[in-house]
Design a protein around this ligand. Sequence first.
Ligand code: NAD
Length: 283
Amino acid sequence: MNIEQVGVVGAGQMGSGIAQVCAAAGLQVILFDLNLQALERGVAAISASLQRLVSKDKLSQAELDETLAKVSLSTDLSDLGQADIVIEAASENEQIKQSIFRQLDEVCKPVAILATNTSSISITRLAAVTNRPGQVIGMHFMNPVPMMKLVEVIRALQTDDEVFRAVSTLAERAGKTPVDIKDAPGFVANRILLPMINEGIFCLHEGLASSEEIDTVMKLGMSHPMGPLALADLIGLDTCLSIMEVLYDSFKDPKYRPCPLLVQMVDAGYLGRKSGRGFYHYE
Ligand code: NAD
């Protein structure tokens, strides 16, 4: 399976990062979102990220221009019709993702692979809404995509081995290390990470310590590069809550119950860095 053209659905923090690393690997990228403003924000994030590499002498201006020229923008999903693979990185909501997968199945060429960057949602159920379940797979990049080496390559129950191999090769071409994971709620990364973050939020909720103190404990005590609350702000509190709800609903185990403070902060629109306020304040 030769992959040269990549469609990316969703131009948020993950979609723009995925578009960037694919374009930097020499692939043609079509970035799709619902409206022009979202696409413009996505391209601005890619430009800023590449510009940082130029200022650190890790990239030349010519390479920056070349990478940006490989990314085209669209608000019309049928523009992804010729892509060899589409990587979906829209909001973490199963209804939204199922609707996107149904539409992609209609507009994409029959051999195209449909991948999802979901953090927790069942790939097997997403595969089942298409007429090409063997070509549906999870491709879970980490945040921030240009910096983080890992990609969880998640096989749905239906995924063909050939598709798994093609996606692992694509992850390597994008400079990442793929890890072979079976489909289960939260996969491996978020099965471990999100309960830890949720417990950090419980510590704050119960008044055990301040956000800064909780993060200091985990940074200095456990050598984590970021504390759990700063990391929650980076991920997005809406995304954190969605993942905890998937774990809780899927396993029916109270140990995954989302902290009430997390629920309340999402209700208030305090989503972390992307909204300017979460456990910390941002410019
Ligand atoms: P985000 O909120 O930054 O961006 C989501 C984007 O999806 C927005 O631009 C929005 O306009 C777009 N969108 C919403 N509905 C759409 C639709 N129907 N069609 C096309 N675009 C649509 O979110 P994000 O942090 O980039 O997360 C995207 C996905 O990646 C989620 O599934 C999330 O769980 C997963 N993920 C997130 C992280 C993280 O740390 N944030 C890490 C790994 C995976």
